[in-house]
Design a protein around this ligand. Sequence first.
Ligand SMILES: *[C@@H]1O[C@H](CO)[C@@H](O)[C@H](O)[C@H]1NC(C)=O
Ligand SMILES: *[C@@H]1O[C@H](CO)[C@@H](O)[C@H](O)[C@H]1NC(C)=O
Length: 644
Amino acid sequence: MEAKSHLFFLILLFNFVFLHANTLQTYIVQLHPHGVTRSSFASEFHWHLSFLEQTVSSEEDCSSRLIYSYRSAMEGFAALLSESELVSLQKLPDVIAIMPDRRLQIQTTYSYKFLGLNPTGEDAWHKSRFGRGTIIGVLDTGVWPESPSFNDQGMPPLPKKWRGICQEGQDFNSYNCNKKLIGARFFNIGHRVASTSTSSNTTREYLSPRDSQGHGTHTSSTAGGASVPMASVLGIGAGIARGMAPGAHIAVYKVCWFNGCYSSDILAAMDVAIRDGVDVLSLSLGGFSIPLFADSIAIGSFRAVEHGISVICAAGNYGPLQNSVTNEAPWIATIGASTLDRKFPAIVRLGNGQFLYGESMYPGNQFSNTIKELELVYVTGEDMASEFCFRGSLPRAKVRGKMVVCDRGVNDRAEKGQAVKESGGAAMILANTINLEEDTVDVHVLPATSIGFEESVHLKAYIKSTRKPRARIIFGGTVIGKSRAPEVAQFSARGPSFTNPSILKPDIIAPGVNIIAAWPENLGPTGLPEDSRRVNFTVMSGTSMACPHVSGIAALIRSAHPRWSPAAVKSAIMTTADVTDHSGNPIMDGKKPAEVFAIGSGHVNPERAVNPGLIYDIKPEDYVTHLCTLGYTRSEIFIITQRI
Ligand SMILES: *[C@@H]1O[C@H](CO)[C@@H](O)[C@H](O)[C@H]1NC(C)=O
Ligand SMILES: *[C@@H]1O[C@H](CO)[C@@H](O)[C@H](O)[C@H]1NC(C)=O
């Protein structure tokens, strides 16, 4: 059987996961949808269990090895297996593919205005009634239900087709759901299995849909958050915060935990979400590019699309590297990130009078928009730890009371600020070490600014040139409309796909730099445990932030055109994209005009996407031909589509 050679290939491909022959690992086992052995069992669950009964040799109860039973996103199950059990399982009839569990990562108020949506005008929001009646399913780190972005004032009742639940758990009750946040569930078995075999500490997590990281609260409010007047991050970026589809309902599926997001948990969430009745699935997570027949998100999303659900995914943050795009199945809308025209200037004035442009969201001090001139220090060491400002790497005697220069990269940006603060530093300049990197801002725990590569070269030259280098930072608040935008975010992943080079991806770009959205109220705006400040909104950057913009727009289109297929919705979004920026010039990618592998069909334009004129509709079976032309074999295509 051709399928058997596949199993062999998959096992070779992922051989590195076999650390010990007897260690149990999670595998996703895909079965033939019309399996010959199926009819002998009363239920899918019993059928799935029978495969383990034939393989697990030990005395134990096989049902403890079965961690998920799938039927909507895939026919099959996830189970804990040893290497030898895996070998016998793959020989059983009806087993068509086995995939080791994969660890994926999350791809980390104003953007609606930038995209041309106007709440008082005659526009897309009105034609689509703000996305009213649609349900956006968000697979992420959970939700902070008390956030004002999830208040349900003016929301219509729950749609009749909704069959989901509000799952109770640690600090989460059924009354945390309402007409805005209509569903919440959590999936953690794959994560738990993997995390006991690594040394990760998961005690800080809520065993419930409640968000302990903030990412899921941010993404779901970007997609469908309610209108919140007077939203700001400690007074910066003030305005009305609103999701792209403020009339849509949100259903949250928590699949990402401290240790990442496991594919067995993601597939379980997709399986349930398909039956729950969501219209759009939003996934701001991803891993590396792998063949589509080994990618359970590609397989599960194919089934979701067959059920009429639009699947929107982040393209990944490994740009500007070529071939870095992830989530590249043709039926998924893969979203890259762009910049907004909003800046938060925080300019460095060196002791020699030179100015260096930088950006920051430091709220400053209400009496003054500048901090006094300080001595400047750039600590260099053998191991580079102090250049990058690792915690504990900065000698207190050298940095106390000074403005410390930290190189960007390696460790978290906000953590560098915390490291400087802990060592007694008074302020920080984050210096770019790579050309082209944009100034992503953070709400640092001390006065700080982030400067570009060329500015960093000047800064370091100045420090070398004098015995007593000094500088001050002048904070300029929020400035809108002064810069060229949109541009491609440098971190935005680039196509074409590594494993499928003839798939043109990403499909489109959407705002993903310095996005302000909802935040858990028990976390500081940096997310660091030491950050005791409290906010309802914070700023984040990533294709994770771009993805839910398009998920919200897909909900608007679904609301305006309820009969459209996911392919029609995706076509509407892509054919109406802008290829020029707000000044009418080509969208830039660093210093050159953007290529198709950076922006796909262009920058998303929700106003036109709701009224596209022309759409290209395709049926799920049309993808079979497409996969053939991509060079997949019949058995590979069968694994992906369950069609020949
Ligand atoms: C995990 O973290 C908690 C709190 O941070 C700590 O009390 C506990 O000892 C840690 N557990 C392990 C196994 O490291
Ligand atoms: C967050 O919003 C809630 C509800 O609107 C409000 O009661 C609370 O004070 C806000 N918290 C902060 C830190 O602004």
